[in-house]
Design a protein around this ligand. Structure first.
Ligand SMILES: Cc1ncc(C[n+]2csc(CCOP(=O)(O)OP(=O)(O)O)c2C)c(N)n1
Ligand SMILES: [Mg+2]
Length: 550
């Protein structure tokens, strides 16, 4: 005989799960015991929210669902932000939560929250397991739903008595590969016709272009057509190893330098754009035509309503599309002459030596210490705009940022996941002093796991991004500043290393030393945010009508 929890864990092993992140409760103890006897590693975190951020990031980086585990009520509720992060960010994740027994009720309503209903709008599927016999089927279905386009989170609630119930062994359902259909020939013909007629085409790479399965086909399409491209914040890096066709990243919605090219384009081939991102450009009645290339149909929005859709497996569909237009595009590089001007303006003042350093200098210096395959994971704050705009990526998913839920607190956990998956690569978390403190307790987890990870904290003793927006809107400076712990001592108290950067010249050598030393190393640097106003407001004033922050 086996128990319900044994069936659950066997079903997870059947899916190839290697790690489960979370904080167990009393209701999960059977599951914990089954995990102890399994091949799966239980990674205990210090809060459930970062466990979900780690599981979601596992899904983002591998294409396979990450798994997290919590107790009922309070523990499960702590997953809400992580569920929304995975839902908006299209990251496959399976959450397993506990519950009091459902066959009898010996604790009345103590700790009981209707978690399945709470998570319905935050997941693709949320349900309770009510019998041991259905566990293999429900787990297989959960993984299938979490993985299939558009990917996202699923919640399974396993009540304590079903987990502990003795059961007959039930056969597992083996996963099988699923091919995604390739776009219809008629759609490819229509798109090819528009591309052949375009005088000033541009390619845009969006969030879904960064899916692990997408990247090869997209790079080939760009190289074969020679059409210049720009990216959204979450589409950065998809064309690997760089080309001279990169025009910039649309970190703002309009009137940034990259929009000089976007505004002149008569056709934008939007590959993998997901309107969950802050709009990279605003479609209007007069602007360019748009071809949407994606796994799923485009959402129709006030700011995005493509005139043509190529729906299907992105890489192979683009291969067919490239075959229809390659060598027949005399106007492919019409907008490329704008490239140098755009990139030069973006790179302005990147080496300025002022103290405290500017965001541009920090972006520049970080790039110096991160090799091509290194991974930078951002939390959410003002510096995200600067990194999205100014940081040049050479590989997909080498700048992990969240332009979907745009939550604070995910920087450290997402970097920890990257460090677990790629122990030989340099991994750097970059956090504001606000966002870092929202999940800083996970320093303990990082030290316990013996991760190699550097964390760079940008200190302005404020919720800087909101303070900036407050100033831009001419509100008085109020309600957005705070004090900080001594970050070096704070890191040391966790058994990590800590360094404070005292001069602009010391940024590169301090980060180099932190990486060379290994282990978990926190580096703190003050930041001069006066550039936010000078560049993103005054310099772009002519261009920028509305600044939208989150
Ligand atoms: C969980 C959460 N709370 C609030 C916000 C709104 N918000 C966006 S950026 C920001 C300030 C970030 O401050 P910090 O981490 O110090 O970065 P800084 O902008 O100062 O560099 C706030 C409050 C958010 N995005 N997520
Ligand atoms: Mg701050």
């Amino acid at each position: 005989m086996v128990k319900g929890s044994d069936l659950l864990v066997a079903a997870l092993e059947n899916e190839g799960v290697e790690r489960v992140f979370g904080v167990p409760g009393e209701e999960n103890l059977d599951v914990v015991e089954s995990l102890r006897k399994s091949s799966i590693k239980l990674i205990v975190t210090r809060h459930e929210q970062p466990a979900a951020f780690m599981a979601a990031t596992y899904g983002r980086l591998t294409g396979k669902p990450g798994v997290c585990l919590t107790t009922l009520g309070p523990g499960a509720l702590n997953l809400t932000t992580g569920a929304a992060y995975a839902l908006l960010g299209a990251m496959p994740m399976v959450m397993i939560t506990g519950q009091k027994g459902i066959l009898s009720s010996r604790q009345a309503k103590f700790q009981i929250v209707d978690i399945v209903s709470t998570f319905r709008p935050l997941t693709k599927l949320s349900l309770q397991i009510v019998s041991t016999a259905t566990i293999p089927t429900l787990v297989r279905d959960a993984f299938r739903i979490a993985t299939q386009e558009r990917p996202g989170p699923v919640l399974l609630e396993l009540p304590e008595d079903i987990a502990g119930e003795e059961a007959e062994p039930v056969a597992m359902i083996l996963p099988h590969p699923i091919e995604i259909p390739i776009a219809h020939a008629a759609a490819l013909d229509r798109a090819a016709d528009m591309i052949l007629k375009a005088q000033r085409p541009l390619i845009m790479l969006g969030a879904a272009a960064s899916r692990p399965r997408s990247t090869a086909g997209i790079g080939d399409f760009v190289r074969r057509t020679r059409i210049p491209f720009f990216t959204t914040q979450m589409g950065k890096g998809t064309v690997s190893h760089g080309t001279n066709l990169y025009m910039g990243t649309a970190a703002l919605s309009e009137r940034d330098y990259v929009h000089e090219a976007i505004d002149r384009a008569d056709l934008i081939i939007a590959i993998g754009h997901d309107t969950i991102e802050k709009p990279p450009f605003i479609m209007g009645p007069k602007g360019p035509q748009v071809i949407h290339v994606g796994y799923t149909a485009a959402n129709v929005e006030q700011v995005y309503f493509p005139q043509c859709e190529v729906i299907g497996d992105v890489g192979p569909s683009l291969e067919l599309l490239a075959g229809r237009v390659e060598g027949k595009l005399p106007h492919a590089s019409a907008l490329q002459s704008l490239r140098e001007g755009i990139l030069t303006k973006i790179g302005d003042r990147a080496t300025e030596g002022r103290w405290p350093p500017t965001p541009q200098r920090i972006v520049h210096d970080v790039r110096q210490v991160i090799p091509e395959d290194g991974i930078v994971a951002l939390d959410n704050g003002m510096y995200k705009i600067w990194f999205a705009r100014n940081y040049r990526t050479l590989l997909a998913n080498s700048l992990l940022l969240d332009n979907a839920l745009a939550t604070m607190g995910a920087g450290l956990p997402s970097a920890m996941m990257a460090a677990m998956l790629y122990p030989k690569n340099r991994v750097l978390a970059i956090c504001g002093d606000g966002g870092f403190m929202m999940n800083s307790q996970e320093l303990e987890t990082a030290v316990r796991l013996k991760l190699n990870l550097v964390i760079l904290i940008l200190e302005d003793s404020a919720y800087g991004m909101i303070r900036w927006k407050q100033a831009v809107d001419d509100f008085p400076d109020f309600g957005l500043t705070f004090g900080n712990p001594d970050f070096v001592k704070y890191a040391e108290s966790y058994g990590a290393k800590g360094s404070r950067i005292e001069s602009t010249e010391a940024i590169v050598p301090t980060l180099e030393r932190a990486f060379a030393g290994g282990g978990v190393h926190l580096v703190v640097v003050p930041i001069d945010y006066s550039e936010n106003k000078r560049v993103l407001v005054d310099e772009l004033r002519e261009k920028l009508t509305q600044i939208d922050v989150s």
